[in-house]
Structure formats: C-alpha cells, structure tokens
Design a protein around this ligand. Sequence first.
Ligand code: SAM
Length: 352
Amino acid sequence: MDKEGFGKYFKSIYQNGCLMLSIGLGHDLGLFKVMCEAKKPISVEEVAECLKLKERYTKEWLSAMVAAGIILQNRETNLYTVPEEFRETIMTQMGFAPILFTLGKRSDKVKECFKKDGPYGISYQDEEASGWFDWFDGYRSLMCDNTVDNEYIPLLTQQGVVPKLESGIKVLDVGCGSGSYANVLAQRFPNSTFVGLDYSEVGVEKANRTKSKKGLTNITFTTGDAHNLPEEWTESFDFVFVYDVLHDLPNPHKALEQIYKVLKNDGYFSLIEIGFHSNPVDNAGDRSAAMYYACSSFICLPSSMTQEPRIGYGACWGREEIEKAIKQANFKISGKSSLIVIGTKAFFLCTK
Ligand SMILES: C[S@@+](CC[C@H](N)C(=O)[O-])C[C@H]1O[C@@H](n2cnc3c(N)ncnc32)[C@H](O)[C@@H]1O
C-alpha cells in the first residue's frame, strides 16, 4: 500500500468505527426495528413518536444512516426507508455493534492492565462485566437460533451426534455464558438432558431467565469453574460442548483435562473456537482477525490473565495451536477433516 492508499485506509477505519457507534444506538433504541418493520416509507416524526424519542436526535441518526447508505431518504417527500434486501442483514447483525459501548466502559481498566505494575486482568465476574453480559445476551439472542440451526446442527449431523441427541443423551455446556446455545439446543432436543456451567453468576441468572421464558424442563444451569469440574461428574456426559470459551481461561489445558474427565469413554466433545491462525503474521491483512485481536485486548485476554498460570492465549489463539492442545489432552479429532472453519469460527469434533 502506498502513502496515499494508506491514508485513505486509515481514515476509513475511523469512519467505520464512528458508524458502528451509530448502529449501536439504532439497535439499543429500537430505531432499526421500527425502520425494518415499516410497511411503507416513514417520516422522522413517525419514527420519533413511535419510540418516544426527540425528533431532532432521531433526524440526526437517520441522516447518519442515509449518508452511510444504510437507509434511503426521498428528496421530495423526506420519507425514509430501509431497502427490503438490507433488512435481514440489519436485523440479524446489528446486535454486535453495541459492543463498543461495553468496551468503552472498560477502557480505563484495560489501560491499567497493560501497565507493568497494573492489575493482571479483568474477570467476567467484574462489575463492568455485568454490563458486558447485557450486551452479549442481546447479541447472542439475535443470532443463536440461526447459528444452531444452520451451522451447528448440520455439523453435528455430519458427525453422527444428532441421532443420539434425538434419542436422549446427557449434555454439558462448559462456559455457557447467558445460556443462549444450551437453551436453543435443549429446545431442539427435548429427549436429552442439558447442564450449563459458567463462572459468572450474572451469566447463569440470565440463562435461567431465558430457560423459564422458553418453559424448558430438560436443562439446569450452575455456577462453577471449568478448571475444576465436580468429581461426581466423572465419565457422566455423552456430549460436552464448549463455545467460544477456552481462550478466555487462564489455563485452557487444565480445562481440557477436566472435560476429558467428565466425558464418557464413548462420548463426543465439540470445541468451537475463533478460527484464525496462531501466528499473527499469518493473519496480516485480515481485518476480521484485526477486529478480534482488538476486542480480545478488552475482554478475552484480561479474562485469561486473572489467575495463575495466566497462559493468556487471547481470542486469536489460533487453529494450529488449538489442534495441538486438543491432541495433547488425549482427545482424538474426528470427522471428515480435523477442522471445519465457517466464517470466523473453527469447529473441532473430538472423541476420547
Ligand atoms: C465469550 S463467553 C461465551 C459464552 C457462551 N459459550 C456463548 O458462546 O454464548 C465466555 C464465557 O466463559 C465464561 N468463563 C470464563 N472463565 C470461566 C471459568 N473459569 N469457568 C467457567 N466459565 C468461565 C465467562 O463467564 C463467559 O460466560
């Protein structure tokens, strides 16, 4: 990239960053919902009235979206519309944008963590992390049905786990967070029994709330530490899954040992991680990887540094090193290929 090209590229990062803040507002205030559900072009006054917002602020937001090409404004009528073909993308993907508000709230603590004499990390149990769970639960709830139905269940079908889930097995979700995936799977497979475990009380509370809303009776949530699963769980689960958690732990290798312990001898272990490369140089030029490294410095890395041995892999631990860790923990990686990558995710299906 030459000097001029780099100048443009650098500026585009700022432009997109600011726009993402506006998308976050559109999500949190319900502006996108109103715009995407509108049956006909709509005025500023109508949008503002519908959400009990001030017209002037609503107009500023709409103008940002018009300038960004996300919403169209008719020059003659001044009415606004979201093109039909944009709506699904907006409704399913806008939930990520408010992460910026959560990261912003943590920034002072994160800066302290960077300093040699500052704290080691920030736990998911931290006060600000509760704010994080509000964002995370909202984000996951917009996309988890789609991810489970269109990505996860097809992979589990390919690996032969689905007939077992249909007939009824015992399943553990380690690091279940607000229980999004576990609750959807429990709903899809009513003959199986699910347990979701997470370190965070806030996460477990939210998971229980969703469980009640869905009226599920085949799932329980509990607080616990992935590094130290209960002895009485030894060889008691047919299927253990871990979704976007292992890299957050101070010692992922210890957690893998514990998962090995609680899995039955003929059981399945499914690990879903972020699928970039382990050597940062192999991710050079990948803006998606750049985004994950950036978010990781605020959330994943501080979580993985909270306790000894502070291995601190961060979100981009990477598929090559993860594969080594799985094998080192004595799991066999099964399936047509050892690893399936969809978008930014890496799926490993393993047996004992
Ligand atoms: C990125 S979230 C993923 C949550 C969930 N699996 C999902 O994908 O929706 C990571 C989760 O790991 C949990 N976690 C962190 N350290 C943990 C530990 N030592 N034991 C159990 N869970 C832990 C956090 O509380 C958080 O809910």
